[in-house]
Design a protein. Sequence first.
Length: 116
Amino acid sequence: METVKVEAKLKFKLGGYGDKLLLKIKFKSPDKILKVYRKLILESTNWDYTYENYKEFNERCLLWFTTDNEGAVREVVQEEVIKYFKGKVEQIEIKEIQKQIKGVKKMEFQIEMKEN
């Protein structure tokens, strides 16, 4: 089983566009899978987003969205993962773990799969 983790840390950011949540997604995955996630976040969403260059851009992406879209993020990630891997893998199991750490909400998606 190969495990791909997407970690999203949510925190309030005051300023410019009013109260927004900052969603920071960390990718821990092979390059092929990483490209799918990057495309999902940067191209396949219709939300306004901004990204900044980090030393490891391939592992990080910043997406701005209002609190109303939190559920949509979860759904889109899950739908895209299932759509991408369907037919290529025998079994797909998506688990979501939510934690509160020092006032920061953390969404973690753990995707486990078996190759055909």
